[in-house]
Design a protein around this ligand. Structure first.
Ligand SMILES: Cc1cc2nc3c(=O)[nH]c(=O)nc-3n(C[C@H](O)[C@H](O)[C@H](O)COP(=O)(O)OP(=O)(O)OC[C@H]3O[C@@H](n4cnc5c(N)ncnc54)[C@H](O)[C@@H]3O)c2cc1C
Length: 335
């Protein structure tokens, strides 16, 4: 419901209903773009605002994304999805949304970014997470990532390190779990503490010993690429690996959800119901920002579910009957 004459986003609403979006999607990774494709094809008025740092854009070549037997580069996949969404009328802005507000009198949201703002009936948060990087020079990191010498996702690309020498940089339960996971791909796994001596519980020490995983004390720093390998400087000397996996956790982008009072889960993800609704009416979330499998397929699936829920929730508030061609013509000509 919308109060007539309310000032939102610097605009006086009322006679300007066309300035209110049906849905603003914040985040243009696989979750947000899948939702954009669905919502645009539902004939809804939508917009994507994306800061352009999708984790998918880091993927040199994904081999587990169904439908691409020879793999697909992450940036190319995103471009294909953007093209598909735009084909059906989605608008995409490259901006970082810094503020989200909800007016409880009108049930409308206002989102603000550097060069503008918009008012919208619903918001889909598909803002993802950022992996914490290991201590290393930024240029070296990006080069190593592009060459598969630094990897972040054992579920995605563990297959590619089959029978290779692998280092896992991490010390807490993330590090131990990731080292054990990778052990089913290769017999040569080393767990390295990032910042100090490894401090592991007796239970974890036993698990690592049973799996024949070598343990090395930090501080550790990836220092160079030699040939097809990466060199890591540790408290116990230089180690050379075919790939290293940082297992240092990630930061979830929940700030906008918190601004409008949405509930978070214990592990700092946005809490949703089985249809991607958050605890705030009109606010939805999908992809890595929600607890679950951090994978493209899952992000896309949640994006599709969220979009369909948004469409159905909007139509339950007010039916969206399509006008006949004649009615549309008359509206356009003003007769
Ligand atoms: C190196 C690497 C390799 C991977 N390989 C694979 C693989 O092979 N297969 C696979 O299935 N998965 C892979 N993944 C995981 C996959 O990339 C993610 O699960 C997927 O990208 C999640 O999609 P998402 O849309 O939820 O978030 P993201 O793709 O991270 O997109 C979130 C978007 O939201 C934007 N954003 C955040 N905050 C704001 C804001 N306030 N305003 C505007 N925009 C904002 C970000 O800039 C970003 O563009 C890999 C990940 C990495 C890092």
């Amino acid at each position: 419901m919308q109060a007539r004459g309310t000032v939102l986003c610097g605009l006086r609403l009322g006679d300007m209903d066309e300035t209110i979006l049906d849905c603003l999607i914040i985040g243009g990774g696989p979750a947000g773009l899948t939702a954009a494709i669905y919502l645009a094809r539902f004939h809804l008025d939508i917009m994507v605002v994306d800061a352009g740092k999708s984790r998918a854009s880091w993927i040199p070549c994904s081999h587990n994304h169904a439908g691409f037997p020879d793999g697909i580069n992450g940036a190319e996949l995103l471009q294909r999805m953007r093209d598909q969404a735009c084909k059906y009328g989605a608008k995409i802005e490259t901006e970082f949304v810094s503020k989200l507000e909800r007016d409880s009198a009108t049930d409308l949201f206002t989102a603000t970014w550097g060069s503008g703002c918009t008012t919208t009936r619903t918001v889909l948060l598909a803002t993802g997470v950022t992996n914490r990087r290991p201590p290393m020079d930024e240029e070296l990191h990006d080069d190593a990532l592009a060459r598969g010498l630094v990897r972040y996702c054992p579920i995605c690309d563990g297959y590619e390190i089959t029978d290779k020498r692998v280092g896992v940089i991490g010390s807490d339960h993330h590090g131990v779990a990731e080292a054990l996971f990778l052990r089913s791909y290769t017999a040569d796994v080393t767990l390295i503490a990032p910042d100090q001596a490894l401090r592991l519980s007796a239970e974890n020490q036993k698990k690592l010993k049973d799996a024949k995983i070598e343990c090395v004390d930090g501080p550790a720093q990836a220092v160079a690429i030699t040939g097809d390998c990466i060199v890591v400087d540790t408290a116990e000397g230089h180690y050379t690996f075919d790939s290293i996996y940082p297992a240092l956790g990630s930061d979830t982008h929940t700030q906008l959800a918190e601004m409008v009072g949405a509930d978070l889960s214990g592990d700092s993800c946005i809490k949703v119901d089985g249809h991607q609704r958050t605890s705030v009416p009109g606010l939805y979330a999908a992809g890595d920002v929600v607890i679950g499998l951090d994978q493209i397929s899952h992000a896309m699936g949640e994006g599709g579910v969220a979009a369909t829920t948004i469409r159905n929730d909007l139509c339950a508030q007010q039916p969206r009957w399509r006008e006949s061609a004649q009615q549309m013509e008359q509206a356009e000509s003003g007769s």
